[in-house]
Each structure stands twice: as C-alpha cells, then as structure tokens.
Unconditional design. Structure first.
Length: 322
C-alpha cells in the first residue's frame, strides 16, 4: 500500500448544506496524520483546468457553518469526454496527488468510476445532495437542512392559506426522488403528498378534494420529479372542484441554501473523518455513508442506484394522506 501524503478534495454537482463542514473535517483529520489537502475548485472542471488551492484548517473553521461550498461546484460536460479525463489525470500527476475525495451525488460518483478506468489513484465518495437519492446511506449531506427549510416554508404558507381558506399546491425539490416531499409533507401536516414513487397518489388527492368546502387550508405537496407536475395537478383539481381558491408555490433553490442543520453538520463530520481513515487504511472505490446510525463503506458501483422510499414511509403516507 502506497502512503497517502497528498489528498485532493472536490465538491461536484449541486451544492448541499454540510459540504463546508465536511471540508473542514477532512482537513482537520488529514493534518493530524501529516497529510496535505488541496481543494479542487469548481468540481471536475477544476481538475481539468489544474485549479487547485491548498486548504487551511483555520480558514475552513470560519466557514464550516455556512451553506453552499467554498470550493464552488459545477457540472462538467468536458469530464464526460476522454480528452477531459486525460486532462484531469494530468492535473493529478502534476500535483503529486495520492488520493481523491469527491463530495457529491450519483453523477459525481460516476465521474469517479470513469476516472478509475485510466488511473489507479485511490478515491472515496461522500454523499452530498439534498435529494437523498443515493443507495448505500440512509441520509445524504444537505437533506436534513433542505427538509427543515421546506417544512418551515410550508408552515408559513399554511398561515396565509388558513386566513383565506385556500388550497395551495407546493412544489419541492428532489429531482426523481420523493424524499424531500415525503419528509417535508408529513412533518408539516400536508393533506396530500405526490411523489414519483407512487402513481396512485393523484387519484387519492382528487377523491379527497372533489367535495372540499372546508373553513381550513388544504395543502398539497408535489415533488418536482412527479410525472404529473404542479401545473397539471392544478388543472385536475380545478376540473373536479371549481369552487376552490387555488394557489401554486414553487419553493425552488431556497431549499439548497442556508446554514446546515446540526444533524447535517454531525453527518458531515462523521463521514469526512471516515473518508480520511479509509484512505489511510488502503480503502478505495467506496462511498462512506450512514446505515442504521453507523458509518459504513459501500462499493462505489453499488451506490449509483436509486435510494428507494421504504415500505415504512409508504405506510406513513397511506395513514396521513389518504
């Protein structure tokens, strides 16, 4: 096993609260082992362009509580090409990088797998995405913060909805996963939750709202990946009940921002420390995650799969939203 003297770390894809905490914890752990850590700016784009900076533990300590990522991030089309990956490899070799830590989602981890076809450099993935859509971990960095942000927004919307007896259709993020919609909807007491994983939920909604004439608000949470979409949901609602006062709100990118929650900060610290320890122990081609509240290592080829909604969560949706 080759000794690890220089780790490069990058944040890739969509930003997620907790990334800065992870960067701080990686550098803190590595420095105690005498390992230099460089940050790659703008994800794989920076790896292609040789845009590396030495990371300082003290500076990162001042930003560990902030959302976003101080390293910046990007989605790299160039890294999808053989030329781009060869340029990235040249950066690794030029800077004598011994190992790579990638914080991101499934697309970022596919980048690791592509790179492994042309180099044997050890690499570790840390799941960082608000969508919580990666297999091999119960929770990803940023998910808890995004859920809390969404829940607070829905609570606020309910205040005004109650004042006017309105029906609100609220779109939350999550890409093709219904985790944010499920958690934010359940914890805010939504009357209906529509997620990509359930194609029958629209029928339940229309049945409930067809004779709706309450003195209270009616809240519908729709995951952005739901194939029907908020516009068609509103059309279907209006078709079965034309007497309601209907409004639409898309929460959008505010769900990605904000200071990470305590849960996300602790998750970031645990996974970051494990990532450095795993590299020092000779591990490679794995993602560090959290399963049953224990840190675990999962082969990288197994994590680029959908993190499915559990039967327990589906059961909760049946109880509260039908």
């Amino acid at each position: 096993m080759q000794p690890i003297n220089h780790i490069a770390v990058l944040t890739s894809g969509g930003d997620a609260p907790g990334m800065n905490t992870a960067l701080f914890a990686i550098v803190k752990t590595a420095q105690q082992q005498g390992i230099k850590v460089s940050g790659v700016r703008k994800g794989y784009e920076g790896l292609i362009d040789n845009d590396l900076v030495t990371l300082d533990c003290k500076n990162l300590q001042q930003s560990m509580h902030l959302g976003g990522t101080v390293l910046k991030t990007a989605r790299s089309e160039r890294f999808r090409t053989e030329t781009g990956r060869q340029q990235a490899l040249a950066t690794i070799e030029h800077n004598n990088v011994d190992a790579l830590i990638v914080i991101g989602g499934d697309g970022s981890f596919r980048g690791c797998l592509w790179l492994s076809h042309i180099t044997n450099i050890p690499y570790i993935g840390i799941p960082g995405t608000i969508d919580n859509d990666i297999a091999g971990t119960d929770y990803t960095l940023g998910f808890d913060t995004a859920v809390n942000t969404s829940m607070q927004c829905i609570d606020n919307i309910r205040d005004t909805a109650e004042s006017h007896n309105r029906v609100f259709v609220i779109e939350v993020m999550g890409r093709d996963s219904g985790y944010i919609g499920t958690y934010a909807g359940l914890t805010s007491g939504a009357d209906s939750i529509l997620i990509p994983e359930n194609d029958k939920d629209i029928d339940d909604l229309l049945l409930k709202i067809s004779d709706y004439h309450s003195e209270h608000a009616f809240i519908v949470v729709v995951s952005e990946g739901d194939e029907i979409g908020v516009e068609h949901v509103c059309e279907k609602i209006a078709a079965v009940n034309s007497n309601i006062d209907l409004r639409v709100t898309k929460l959008g990118h505010l769900q990605r921002g904000g200071n990470p929650s305590a849960a996300d900060r602790m998750l970031a610290i645990r996974l970051a420390v494990q990532s450095v320890k795993a590299l020092c122990a000779g591990e490679t081609a794995i993602m560090v995650g959290i399963l049953n509240n224990k840190v675990s290592n999962t082969p990288m080829q197994d994590v680029v799969k959908q993190h499915v909604i559990s039967d327990e969560l589906q059961g909760l949706l049946s109880v509260f939203c039908r």
